[in-house]
Design a protein around this ligand. Structure first.
Ligand code: MN
Length: 421
C-alpha cells in the first residue's frame, strides 16, 4: 500500500491559529529563531507563534522523549535532524499531542510561545553543500529555446538523467535577506564582452530538500530508501543574472550568474508533514536506468506562487505553478546524485530546479515569462517588468491541501538592492 493511502488522523488544536495560516496543527515545521533577549535556538511554528523547544527541553517538559541534552539550544537544525526521521517524527507527534490534548502541560507555560513578529528567523540548517537540479521539462524546454535554438531545446541527456550543477553554500541566505545586484562579464548588443552591472536579473521558483545524515564516500542511496535521508523541504529562490549566465555557462555550466545569492524559506516542512500530498508525477518518456526507477507516488501536489512587489508598490501575483509538474522527482535526484559514490552530509541542500508548468502563467522565471526579455509583463499601476529592478521584492509561497489537511511553507522573500560601488 502506498503510504499516501494512510488516512491522516484528524487533529484539532486548543491553540488558536488564523484560519489561513500555513502553520496548521498538521504542519509543525522546525526552524531557528532568536529574540531580543536570547540568541538563536530551535523552535516549531504553530499559527503566528513559535514554540521555544530549547526552553521546553530545559524545563524538563520533553523528558519522556529521552533526547540528547541541549538538542534545541543550537543555532541550526543539523543536530536535531541528524536523529533521522523517526526521531524528528517523535518530537513532532509529541508537540501535536501537547497542542491538542485539553490538559496539556503547555497551557501552563504561555511564555514558551513566542510571537513570530517578535522573533528573527535564521537559516534553518548550517548548509554544507548546495546542488541545483534542472528537473522541470517545461523549464528546460523554455530555457533551451531561448539560450540555444528551438529545434534542440532539450539536450540529448535530459530524458536520461536529472541534470544538475554544484552550487555554492556560502551565499545561501534566509528569507528576508536583501542582496546587491551583481556585476560581471556579459555580451553587449554587438556581442562584444563588456564588464558591467547585470541588467537581466531574475528569480527561479524552486523547492529544495535537506539531507539529514552523512553517508560514507562510495555509498549510493537508492530510490526506495531515499526519503529516509530527507529531513524535509523548503522553498528556494535561485536568483540568476541571465546576462552573466549566458556568456559564462559554456561549457561548464552556471557560476557567477548564480552564486551571488540563493534564498531559502526559514521553516523546514518535514517529510512526514508532506506525505499526505504525495501524488503521481509525469510518466517517463523513455525507459530509465534501473537506479532511477521508482514505482509509486513520488511527486508532491504543492501549489506554488510568485509575487513581485515594486518599491513602495502593490503585490502582483505573476506565477502560479505546482511541484507535481517536476519530471524528475526528489527520490531520483538523490539516487542520481549518489550513484557514483558521491557522499552527502547533514545540512546539504538539493534544489529541484525551476518549477515551470504547462501554462504560460506557470513559468517559474522572468526569462520564461517575458520570452527572454522581449515581452514585458504588466503589473498594477501601469508598471511593467522584463527583469527585476532595484528594490523589487520577490515573494514565493507554497501551499498544499488534501481534504481538511492543509499546510504551507510560509513566505520566502528577498529584495534586490542596488549594485555596490
Ligand atoms: Mn536553478
Amino acid at each position: 500500500m502506498n503510504k499516501k493511502d494512510d488516512p491522516v488522523q484528524q487533529l484539532t488544536a486548543w491553540k488558536e491559529v488564523p484560519a489561513d495560516t500555513d502553520f496548521t496543527i498538521y504542519n509543525i515545521p522546525f526552524g531557528v529563531f532568536s529574540t531580543p533577549r536570547r540568541t538563536a535556538r530551535v523552535g516549531a511554528a504553530i499559527g503566528n507563534d513559535i514554540i521555544d523547544l530549547s526552553a521546553m527541553q530545559a524545563m524538563g517538559l520533553m523528558e519522556d522523549l529521552e533526547l540528547e541534552n541541549n538538542l534545541f539550544a543550537q543555532n541550526s537544525l543539523n543536530r536535531f535532524i541528524g536523529m533521522g526521521n523517526d526521531g524528528v517524527n517523535r518530537v513532532r507527534a509529541f508537540i501535536q499531542k501537547l497542542l491538542t490534548e485539553e490538559d496539556s502541560s503547555l497551557r501552563e507555560y504561555p511564555s514558551l510561545f513566542v510571537k513570530q513578529e517578535n522573533a528573527v528567523l535564521h537559516l534553518p540548517v548550517e548548509v554544507n553543500d548546495y546542488t541545483d537540479f534542472y528537473s522541470s521539462r517545461e523549464h528546460a524546454t523554455n530555457v533551451g529555446k531561448l539560450f540555444r535554438d528551438p529545434d534542440r531545446a532539450l539536450l540529448p541527456n535530459w530524458l536520461h538523467l536529472p541534470v544538475a550543477y554544484h552550487g555554492r553554500s556560502s551565499s545561501v541566505v534566509v528569507s528576508g535577506t536583501g542582496f546587491h545586484r551583481p556585476k560581471g562579464q556579459m555580451l553587449d548588443l554587438h556581442k562584444d564582452p563588456v564588464f558591467r552591472v547585470s541588467s537581466r536579473l531574475d528569480f527561479e521558483l524552486e523547492m529544495a530538500f535537506i539531507i539529514n545524515r552523512d553517508t560514507p564516500l562510495g555509498h549510493s542511496i537508492d530510490t526506495t530508501t531515499a526519503l529516509d535521508h530527507v529531513a524535509g523541504m523548503v522553498l528556494l529562490n535561485d536568483w540568476s543574472a541571465r546576462d552573466i549566465q549566458a556568456w559564462e555557462y559554456a561549457p561548464l555550466g552556471p557560476f557567477l550568474g548564480k552564486n551571488f545569492a540563493t534564498s531559502i524559506s526559514p521553516w523546514l516542512i518535514t517529510t512526514d508533514a508532506l506525505r499526505p500530498f504525495l501524488t503521481e508525477g509525469p510518466k517517463p518518456e523513455i525507459e530509465q536506468f534501473p537506479y532511477l526507477q521508482f514505482s509509486g507516488h513520488a511527486n508532491y501536489d504543492i501549489d506554488l506562487e510568485v509575487s513581485l512587489i515594486p518599491e513602495g508598490g502593490e503585490e502582483n501575483v505573476i506565477v502560479k505553478s505546482n511541484s507535481k509538474y517536476l519530471y524528475w522527482n526528489i527520490r531520483q535526484q538523490l539516487a542520481h546524485h549518489t550513484v557514483n559514490g558521491c557522499n552527502v552530509r547533514t545540512g546539504d541542500i538539493l534544489a529541484t530546479g525551476t518549477i515551470s508548468g504547462p501554462q504560460s502563467s506557470s513559468c517559474g522565471s522572468l526569462l520564461e515569462l517575458t520570452k527572454g526579455g522581449k515581452k514585458p509583463i504588466k503589473l498594477k499601476n501601469d508598471l511593467k517588468r522584463t527583469f527585476l529592478e532595484d528594490y523589487d521584492t520577490v515573494v514565493m509561497r507554497g501551499q498544499a491541501q488534501q481534504g481538511s489537511v492543509r499546510i504551507g511553507f510560509g513566505p520566502l522573500t528577498g529584495q534586490v538592492l542596488p549594485a555596490l560601488g
